[in-house]
Design a protein around this ligand. Structure first.
Ligand code: C2E
Ligand code: MG
Length: 591
């Protein structure tokens, strides 16, 4: 039936005479082009419906009179594909193809061409009855989706996903020696971005992308991974020397000033380079390798590049993971503080609490500071972590002072690392913590290690003086560990010294050696400093320290570091002097 109907129309469309059938009215009113095409080669249009004129600008007769016209109107890139689709479907019951046609006015039009095989009623030959639908809008939406999924909307560069896909393909195909990944991170971009505003920051990133891309494209492709991170995937490099020279070229190109929104900006970058090898075969491994190299280059102050070196960067992966874990812990608030009482050595009354940070990792053991403070210092995470400790300790102490009469005169002391000491914002951070929490400066003490203070004496001395002026107490911690001459500490404005536990542990017992502690205490007293003994564990040590003239003591002998709950139980119970830990009810519940 269909063959018959279209057969009749076919004769009409081809210019034959005859009355229009009801089918013709339908076929010629729906918004698609219908056609009848001979199956054998060369294909010839027997009928094309008039809608073709609004689609392509050509009349039906242009196609039915000129056998090659349909293919001629097919986009030259898609012509071979269409011919082979038609040829291979010649004996099939149906054929569907999507291709571009070029309209008479030059526009590209995407079409979906769906046809079913039939018998032509006139001569019994095999034909295809088909419809052609305009899918240009659909294709454009598809392309847009593809663009959004694989390209960075700001710079138009490939995004992380496309770069990783390409890397995967390149690693699978090419000789690995010719593949290198350059991970580029702009130095101090956050500062620049905050300084010039985020809209100008975006303009800068666009300018950086177009500055770098021409240096990369002859050897591979440049992608933006997000933020200020760019990755060059080089898949056509000869040797290490040429990779080095590309990295150097990128850094030099970056250093030329950028003119953005009226600002002349100097931007520097750091690059970590990974070379594909037998060991690094997955895109992920190669990226991590470049990241470790970047890390090392940054540690050298940035504005340079480093190539991953398995010997030197050994352990780099583990470190990166730990660093990421530490960063996440900060975001998720996994840190908490234990408080250890510092007592008056004679009356045993609590005078102060030392804040000691711990990391409570979900489902795992509680970590002591020694397990994460060194990494936090190296990575700079000690700054936000330290700031949190200062503020939390001040908040907690203020709360206790309000809550418990026995806590009103207590001080809280916070340990600061060398890196925090060198940071110019430290004073402002401490002042802000006091202002926000309402704790009086006299209720706060800051502890520095003697080595940290001495290593940066010129910078540190004014900062310590400023704290003193504010009313915050300053303590030198771990004294005696580094055998520093006390005279060198007198350049600092400090209030007291805390004698290191390693010296205290030599006191008492049969082999006790009090000479060193005696010397330390008498030197401190001579310059008018208070002395606290750290890590006091036994009655004998306590007796010697008292006899030597120590003012205060801290240690398991009195109380271990306590959780907030334990501390509160102690406050509720204790307005009395602190007994020895062996008889104290909270003994053993320490952290
Ligand atoms: P520190 O400032 O010398 O703190 C005293 C350390 O000695 C604490 O170890 C405490 O638990 C331990 N201790 C107290 N009494 C005794 C005792 O009788 N015997 C022995 N053997 N040890 C005792 P913790 O809590 O593991 O802290 C270790 C170090 O980590 C601290 O040494 C301090 O330098 C650092 N730290 C702790 N919290 C922070 C922080 O918030 N920031 C920074 N930068 N460092 C911190
Ligand atoms: Mg301390």
């Amino acid at each position: 039936m269909a063959a018959q109907a279209i057969g009749r129309q076919g004769r009409m469309g081809g210019g034959a005479e005859g009355a229009a059938s009801p089918f013709q009215a339908i076929v010629e009113s729906i918004p698609v082009v219908s056609y009848v095409r001979r199956a054998e080669s060369p294909p010839r249009m027997l009928y094309v419906s008039p809608q073709v004129e609004s689609l392509l600008g050509w009349r039906p007769i242009d196609f039915t009179a000129r056998p090659a016209h349909w293919l001629r109107c097919t986009h030259r890139f898609d012509r071979d594909r269409l011919v082979s689709a038609w040829d291979s479907a010649a004996a099939e019951p149906s054929v569907t193809a999507e291709y571009r046609m070029v309209a008479r006015d030059g526009r590209d039009i995407w079409v979906r061409d769906m046809a079913v095989a039939d018998v032509y009623p006139g001569d019994g030959s095999r034909v295809f009855n088909g419809v052609v639908v305009d899918i240009t809008a659909e294709k454009e939406a598809e392309l847009e989706l593809h663009r959004l999924a694989f390209y960075d909307p700001l710079t138009g560069l490939p995004n992380r996903r496309l770069c990783m896909d390409r890397l995967q393909a390149v690693l699978a195909q090419r000789e690995q020696e010719h593949v290198a990944l350059l991970f580029l991170d702009l130095d101090r971009f956050k500062v620049i971005n905050d300084g010039i505003g985020h809209a100008a920051g975006d303009d800068l990133l666009v300018a950086v992308a177009s500055r770098l891309a021409p240096h990369v494209t002859p050897h591979g492709s440049l992608a933006r991974f997000g933020g200020d991170e760019f990755v060059a995937l080089l898949d056509r490099v000869g040797d290490i020397a040429s990779v080095e020279s590309i990295a150097e070229t990128l850094l030099i190109a970056l250093r030329q000033p950028f003119s953005v929104n009226g600002y002349d900006l100097i931007v520097e970058g750091t690059i970590g380079v990974a070379l594909a090898s037998q060991e690094t075969t997955t895109p992920h491994e190669l990226l991590r390798t470049a990241d470790v190299a970047l890390y090392r280059a940054k540690a050298h102050g940035g504005n340079t590049f480093a190539i991953f070196d398995p010997q030197r960067d050994h352990g780099g992966f583990e470190r990166l993971e730990q660093e990421a874990e530490l960063r996440r812990a900060l975001e998720r608030g996994e840190f908490e503080i234990a408080y250890q009482p510092v007592v008056d050595i004679t009356s045993r009354r609590i005078l102060a609490l030392e804040a000691l940070v711990r990391w409570r990792r979900p489902g795992r053991d509680l970590l002591p500071p020694a397990a994460f403070i060194p990494l936090a210092e190296e990575t700079g995470l000690i700054i936000p972590l330290g700031q949190w400790v200062i503020e939390e300790a001040c908040r907690q102490m203020r709360h206790w002072q309000e809550q418990f009469p026995v806590a009103r005169s207590l001080q809280v002391s916070v340990n600061l690392s060398g890196r925090q000491l060198r940071q110019s914002a430290l004073y402002a951070d401490v002042a802000r913590a006091l202002a926000r929490t309402g704790l009086s400066p006299q209720s706060l003490a800051l502890e520095f290690k003697e080595g940290d203070a001495l290593a940066n004496a010129a910078e540190v001395a004014p900062a310590l003086k400023a704290f003193k002026d504010l009313g915050v107490k300053v303590t030198i911690d771990d004294f005696g560990r580094g055998w520093t001459a006390l005279s060198s500490l007198t350049q600092f404005t400090i209030d007291d010294l805390k004698i290191d536990g390693s010296c205290v542990s030599r006191l008492g017992g049969h082999n006790g050696d009090a000479a060193i502690v005696r010397a330390l205490v008498s030197m401190a007293k001579a310059v008018g400093l208070d002395v606290t003994a750290g890590a006091v564990e036994t009655d004998e040590q306590l007796a010697v320290l008292r006899e030597l003239g120590c003012d205060r003591a801290q240690g398991h002998h009195f109380a271990p570091p306590l959780s907030v709950d334990e501390m509160e139980r102690l406050f509720q119970r204790e307005s009395e002097p602190l007994a020895s830990a062996s008889t104290a009810p909270y003994h053993g519940s320490g952290i």
